[in-house]
Write a protein that binds this ligand. Sequence first.
Ligand SMILES: Nc1ncnc2c1ncn2[C@@H]1O[C@H](COP(=O)(O)OP(=O)(O)OP(=O)(O)O)[C@@H](O)[C@H]1O
Length: 310
Amino acid sequence: MDGHGTDARPLLACLRGAHKRHGAIHALQGLDLALRGGELLALLGPNGAGKTTAIGLLLGLARPDAGSAELFGRDPQDIAARRHVGVMLQEAALPPTLKVRELLRLTASYYPAPRSIADVVALAGIEDLLARPYGKLSGGQQRRVQFALAICGNPRLLFLDEPTVGLDIQARQALWAAIRALVADGCGVVLTTHYLEEAEALADRVCVLAHGRLLSEGSVQALRARVARKRVWCATTLPLAELAAWPEVAEAARDGERLCLSSDAPERLLRRLLAADPALSGLEVRAAGLAEAFTELTGAASAAQAAEAA
Ligand SMILES: Nc1ncnc2c1ncn2[C@@H]1O[C@H](COP(=O)(O)OP(=O)(O)OP(=O)(O)O)[C@@H](O)[C@H]1O
């Protein structure tokens, strides 16, 4: 597994064989995870997969029942380790009457070597919010302020739990640019997201969790390659219903002027298509996107889990 091998980038945090139970629920079942400086790791998985539990162990909010968690080579509950971490969780309880500028100053004062407020404000794009009380901001504006607070301490490792929920497209793009700048600067980032295009746009590495286990780990490209299914677009006079019945076609749909056919046997499908319609045009073949790869992986894991339970 990446992270315990010859990678020259510094190891920032890791879980080794981590188990965690919440009562009867076995939320993590022997999870290995390694995070390095200058990389963005996207942690994906369906609801209840164990993502928040894994982050909680790395942040020292809870301890593993078995296995270990390390943050900068120390116990994650060690204050010296936690100083270098920035966190943006799904919910933030911040004093509503404090102005954004005051919140930034207060947060920066907790850290030994904070990033300059001007720098934080520019990165988070919150110049126009500084004089506003936090409680009066819109949900998307509050999210941007929460990001600013997460980077105040100049973290070497940043945890972002669904950071762009509720942001409009422009604000999301701006946040992505800020995250990319931090990673280019050597910061390690752990991102959990349900927006697969976000993982696709940002992640160097993707870990897919299901039922507290690591299902797959690798680049977005490698994850995609694990799914054999290809999509074939073409403009054809062949009727959609006829194509949908071909054994080479897993799914068929109309996509504007063209048809979109999913296939586990794209070469056979192409040969048959070209033979059946010599005038076929607009041909395009693409590997499945991250969304398909992810759905396929987690679907297979659920089926395996159900079979195990039975
Ligand atoms: N404090 C808790 N008490 C009881 N069960 C819990 C607790 N925290 C988490 N769980 C359970 O542990 C499992 C893993 O939850 P976790 O929050 O880690 O998943 P997640 O991948 O972050 O999910 P989501 O995408 O919904 O945020 C779930 O079945 C959840 O119900």
